[in-house]
Ligand binder design. Sequence first.
Ligand SMILES: Nc1ncnc2c1ncn2[C@@H]1O[C@H](COP(=O)(O)OP(=O)(O)OP(=O)(O)O)[C@@H](O)[C@H]1O
Length: 247
Amino acid sequence: MGLKIDNLTGGYAGNQVLKDVSFQVDDGQIVALIGLNGAGKSTTINHIIGELLPKSGQLTLNGVDLGQAPAAFKAQLAYIPEQPILYDELTLEEHLELMLSAHQLDKAAAWDDVMRLLATFRLDDKLHWLPTHFSKGMRQKVMLVAALMLHAPLLVVDEPFLGLDTLAQRDVIQLMKAHAASGHSVLMTTHLLSSAAEFVDTFVVLANGQVTFVGSPQALAQAHHLSLSNLDDYFDLAPGVVAHDHD
Ligand SMILES: Nc1ncnc2c1ncn2[C@@H]1O[C@H](COP(=O)(O)OP(=O)(O)OP(=O)(O)O)[C@@H](O)[C@H]1O
């Protein structure tokens, strides 16, 4: 079933950003939300994670309605924000233990999997490090491990590649693909259209808080006479996608 967003209108007090946004993320799919700065990508995500309340519209995840059962809705998703949020006084291991217990997961049962993820990102020898010792990319990797180890039905990732080296970017793509292949789904935002076109199933284009396109990378490219490798030119060419940040 996956995530279904129907006619979502919402935003911030005094700034209604999203207008009638509808799209879905089916089980087993990777969907990328794209759009220029200020188009409404983060606002959409803030609604999905329950940080913002819709003015109207409906969000359901595997049949659970966010408005009616927020805790059950949120329990099904793992969210990786654009800016890593870590506690200065907790080690890497303590961060992961905290996340596991917050999700009622048993450390003994989950730990082999956690160590595999840490090894993927070359963090397995840093369990006792504090966040102050981590580089920006390492902090991002910790957030990725903390979310991926939950195996949540929906993984929501704001800008997954920000601050990551090329090896880690490749690893994140593989892990997102594995997450989807296991029947779960991924919703991400990105500005890297050509790279995303290599592994996402669907692009959802937002412009000025409205959905202007939903379809495969191939369909998006064809609609604008672009090749997949030239998709980064999309926002130069597509009419009606320009966001107005401050109107
Ligand atoms: N806390 C806020 N209060 C009021 N308006 C906001 C707030 N955060 C964002 N906005 C406005 O909402 C609109 C959409 O912003 P949003 O952050 O969703 O865009 P985005 O597509 O994620 O952009 P970016 O690519 O820069 O991350 C913008 O006009 C922005 O100014």
